[in-house]
Design a protein around this ligand. Sequence first.
Ligand code: C2E
Ligand code: CA
Ligand code: CA
Ligand code: CA
Length: 275
Amino acid sequence: AKHEGRGRCCVFEPAMSAELHDRRLLEHELRGAIGRGELALAFQPQMDVASGAIVGFEALARWSHPIRGPVSPALFIPLAEESGAILEIGEWVLRHACLEAAGWASPLTIAVNVSAVQLHSTSFWDQVHRALFETGLPAARLELEVTETALIRDLPRALNTLRRLKALGVRIAMDDFGTGYSSLSNLRAFPFDKIKIDASFVKSVDGNPQAAAIVRSVLGLGRGLGLPVLAEGVETEAEMTFLRAENCAGAQGYLFGRPGPIESFASVTGLAGAP
Ligand code: C2E
Ligand code: CA
Ligand code: CA
Ligand code: CA
């Protein structure tokens, strides 16, 4: 019976620890990823709805694992947040995004995602300040995308940091709007320059009355607060027609371009790609 018990146990435990082991291994491999040159940035265009022009890009982190291939940021960003590696990764993303944008011939904005761990770290303001100073990117061209979930860890501290960043001239966007909580009080208390409506509300907005009602109300909120609204995840012309009719200021999504290497947008940035 004793032997059987051990056997049963052994059917279970290795399987569970294998999953845990895999996470730990990935976490460990992620720590060295920057040094090995495995991280890259993908850029996705942000459109001005009225003119149809590209007015900026969002920088999105990409990790190309030497054996596993591309690892989704939806997997490795949370892992990096748990391990603390996000501080180093976030700083790398910030510097490279600023460096890239500083070299463009047109003064387009560059949006960079900020995780809760970064926002609440004591060195974040200095990191941003240094990235701007060392790359020469004008502060007004940098937009930091912050989610509500990132704010709530320590609201007074987040508010203080964002106010000091605003004083540098940096712009702040509320990301994934509608998916967090206490949205309305945060919108009033925090110095946001833009609201990004989450893709889940934009999806099928043209045919879904509930989605349309939510998007209209966020647009109304934006107008009332004097904040431009950008719709995320725009994939179809029908969605775009709706957004245009409702005077949504900005749009981003596969309809205009998937995130890709900046060279694929050379005609917009004014920089020729590799010869
Ligand atoms: P997010 O900030 O909401 O970024 C938008 C995500 O939607 C991106 O996924 C983008 O590729 C995807 N997307 C854009 N247009 C469309 C569309 O039309 N349809 C659909 N289905 N998806 C679209 P991605 O690149 O996989 O990133 C996922 C999340 O990972 C991001 O969501 C963000 O929260 C996080 N992330 C990515 N890069 C960074 C980073 O450098 N730092 C931090 N802290 N988080 C990052
Ligand atoms: Ca974002
Ligand atoms: Ca988003
Ligand atoms: Ca998101």
